[in-house]
Write a new protein. Sequence first.
Length: 556
Amino acid sequence: MAQDIESVNSLEESVKLNEYSKTLEELRKDGVNKISLLNQKIAEVKRSKMMNAQEKEKTIAECKAQLQEAKSVAAKNNAKDKAITKEAVAYANALSKNIVAKVTAEQNAVKENIKREYLATVEQIQLEAAERESKILSERSENTKAELATARYELKSALFDAKNKYKDALQNCKDAIHQAFVDHVQKNISLRNSRTNFVEEFQQGVRNYAYQFTPQEFLLKNGLYVAILIFFIACIIIAPLTGKGVLLNLPNIFTILEQSSVRMFYALGVAGLILLAGTDLSVGRMVALGSVITGLLLHPGENIVKLFGLGPWNFTAMSVGSRIATAIILSILFCVMFSAIAGFFSAYFKMHPFISTLATQLIIYGLLFFGTSGTPVGSIDKAIKDAIGGRWELGYVGGDFITFPKLIVPAVIAVFVAWFIWNKTTFGKNMFAVGGNPEAASVSGISVFWVTLGVFVMAGVFYGCGAFLEAFRANASAGTGQGYEMDAIAACVVGGVSFYGGIGKISGAVLGVIIFTGLTYCLTFLGIDTNLQFVFKGLIILAAVSLDCVKYLKKK
């Protein structure tokens, strides 16, 4: 076996490995492979529009009969299949280890030759250019200056071509080494009958990253995050030196997460609209709308606010559960209504969301201030506030009394729901398609109108939930949520949701919210003036959008 391994230069050359593959193919032909083919056939028959119900029923019955037989064969061969697969994969691993090492050594030797040849070529080009320049200067004519310029331009071109050839040759060596490992993984997957292996997937992920890594691409994708990380590290170091205390501890981390939790809802809503190459300027007013409704319903005793001249009301006669349920339902309902109005105008009239959401922002703003006269609705019943927006006491850790914010729980649920919609549903896939190219999406049978309207409605649901929770953090009024739309949009852009549409991840929006909240908290902790904090935020937004533009231009 050792001699066979050392003499083989590629997986295809190994007679023993080919025998393993043939043996496994024979074992699976009438078993697991046939099961897969029959299941595919049944699915195709069910979808077929060329067959009537009777033909479908007959064909499916025949397939199911064959399926039972195939399952019996698969069960009979299962133990032998597993044993041979294990043995074959172990042999392929040993074989591939030797092949990868051999290819790596060969390509490293080739690299050295390429480098020597490149340096020799550069030296020759420079020598010939120097001789040519010397000859032009010695001959001295009316065109000397022009000839010198031509010679120097041709020198640069020759050096540029030589460097490109050198880079291409090095890339070929890199490709050969990488391909040897890819062949190894693909062979193992084939031996396992298309089943992957976690360790191999991880190794391949690491190798793929190293294979594709370039400093320029890394800085383009992660430069902003590196800069922000450095900023946070600097804040952590500076805080105790300036007598402000320890910044990096559990109480502060939980406070940042608590402040991020409610804002997470707004970012998740806006992210869907940015994915469609749009935006939403009405977020702050949606927050005020839902918060005022929640504050009115959950206020202890009689409200101090008259809504459109009606009232004041006292909802304490209702049960606590009914008041909470009514508050969250009305908050979501009104936010969805106004969001759907903006969505309808954007989807039906092709109006840019900037305009449609600006309109709804102004409408909500006017209605709230007119209806409440700008008066805060007052605090929420303390028992309800503690039950939903309070904290769980965890005890002392390292001398600090630790409490866990309850608002983090609904935020985590919202993130999971948004992730599931984006990544595991047909609607989520359609969002990316419409955001990337609405014309192509329409041609492929996707309703751009309903997807666009659906994204607005989904955003309204997130806004409504966030607005409900916002009332637990402060006394709600028509001015609540001022500027929240900017923070939500900025968080999404910093998190990599592209303004050009069709590109983005929920994890990016989540990271963006935490970054922005953490930035504000750190600056406040260090005693930086609130007005200067806007400067920092503005610079980060400029950097994030600039990087987004550069990425888009590179793709073009």
